[in-house]
Design a protein around this ligand. Structure first.
Ligand code: HGY
Ligand code: MN
Ligand code: MN
Length: 432
């Protein structure tokens, strides 16, 4: 009995998910315990921390008798076979790496939500019409190799061969060497050989913590995504001026630090103008420093480097912001007699959520009486890589306190269970 016939009681879905509260709590605790390095949570891409997380979800997948597979990038796939295995599958997942000294929920909550959703469906004797795969994605955090969507783009045959050459910022070992040592096959990735062909994937659904306080403000446990911002990044912008004596008169200075600071403030003023015009964007200078070998209290800085991430929700806005950024650099270079070298760059396109999925998820939130808001994602997510590759995607956000990419990142298990119940019900409703 597939448990699918005429079965509309969403209460059964809610209680099946709720019954897994302790199980979910225990997995998060196990995950935290195995991710503690240097005092905080660090699941370094293709390092010990991320590998621990993949081993953990594989163990739980095996205990649930799911089929375990990996692809050339060593992404993890845990599959509940469907009634008709020839049909395109549904993939539910997120990334298992974290930033250094980050939180326990960024990415991992989406993989554990997938496990709980499958566990709940199985407990209801529900057999989906197609395969449902929980995916643990590799190396989503760009902090490690300064490349976007490594694991998901590899799975979809869309990772550039230049990305494979990228060194990890702390060890300088290349991505391809890490993939090889993890038992993967960088050559297959270089050839753009997809493990996931878009015609074989019916949907990609990602549950993820919000990583900003909109849901806390709105007093909602969940949010339904409308889109994921695209971005352009320059990890190492270098401004070169001239080192000089601390007493040098202003008109003779070629001050790299002030030039970089002026660039940042120009961009901040642009952000304020866009906010007034209700044009969503964001920019982040996460690193900003003079050269520690040369800088000094009594020297005018002759060099300053900084990282730049600029994101927005339409391709035309991204292009406009890119022109704006280059314009500021040109203006300030002339004015301060310095040189801006932007260096290597990466780009991720804007990704829109599939409208039918969004509507379906909102209907289900109403069914459960979960108050929710629609949200443009503040962060980028693997679901964007799927949408850009032509796989329809949807996202459910979980309210989380204290933001993200910091050790104070928090998430209530009850909010996690609300998001998981919506995910489970979507699978149950769409795949009967
Ligand atoms: O860039 C992002 O927003 C994601 O956290 N990697
Ligand atoms: Mn994330
Ligand atoms: Mn993140």
């Amino acid at each position: 009995m597939s448990g699918n016939s005429g079965f509309d009681d969403i209460g059964a879905v809610a209680s099946a998910v709720k019954a897994n509260e302790q199980y979910a709590t225990d997995i998060f605790a196990e995950l935290r315990a195995g991710s503690l390095f240097g005092g905080g949570i660090t699941r370094d891409a293709y390092g010990k921390g991320e590998q621990f997380a993949h081993d953990l979800v594989v163990r739980h997948g095996r205990e649930m008798s799911l089929e375990v597979t990996h692809d050339a990038a060593r992404n993890t796939y845990l599959t509940l076979p469907g009634r008709d295995r020839g049909l395109p599958s549904v993939i539910i997942g997120s990334h298992l790496d974290s930033v250094a000294n980050g939180g326990n929920f960024d990415g991992a909550a989406g993989v554990i939500a997938g496990l709980i959703a499958v566990k709940s469906l199985v407990s209801m004797n529900f057999r989906p019409v197609c395969d449902v795969t929980v995916m643990g994605v590799r190396a989503e955090e760009s902090v490690w190799f300064e490349q976007s969507y490594i694991g998901s783009r590899s799975a979809l045959g869309q990772l550039s061969s230049q990305a494979l050459k990228a060194p990890r910022i702390d060890t300088r070992k290349t991505l391809e060497d890490y993939i090889r040592e993890a038992g993967g096959d960088p050559e297959l990735i270089r050839r753009g050989q997809p493990f996931l062909k878009k015609e074989q994937v019916r949907a990609f659904l990602e549950v993820h913590i919000e990583q900003a306080p909109a849901l806390v403000d709105a007093k909602c446990s969940i949010g339904i995504a409308t889109g994921i911002p695209g971005n352009f990044r320059y990890p190492n912008v270098k401004v070169t001026g001239e080192y000089g004596h601390v007493g040098l008169y202003k008109k003779f200075r070629q001050d790299a630090a002030l030039a970089a600071a002026e660039f940042a403030l120009c961009l901040d003023r642009t952000w304020e103008e866009w906010e007034l015009k209700e044009r969503p964007m964001a920019f982040t200078i996460g690193r900003f420093h003079t050269d520690p070998k040369e800088d000094a209290l009594t020297k005018v800085a002759g060099e300053c480097t900084f990282s730049l991430d600029v994101r927005a929700y339409s391709e035309s806005d991204i292009l406009e912001l890119h022109e704006t950024v280059l314009g500021f650099a040109a203006e300030i270079s002339l004015k301060r007699k310095v040189r801006f070298e932007f260096g290597a760059t990466t780009r991720a396109e804007v990704a829109l959520v599939n409208k039918d999925f969004r509507k379906g998820l909102e209907e289900i939130a109403h069914e459960f009486n979960f108050p929710f808001i629609r949200l443009g994602s503040p962060a980028s997510h693997d679901a964007a890589a799927f949408a850009i590759a032509g796989v329809p995607m949807g996202m459910i956000f979980i309210r989380n306190e204290n933001g993200s990419h910091n050790p104070a990142e928090a998430m209530e298990i009850s909010d996690f269970l609300d998001a998981t119940a919506v995910l489970t019900r979507w699978l149950h409703r769409e795949l009967r």
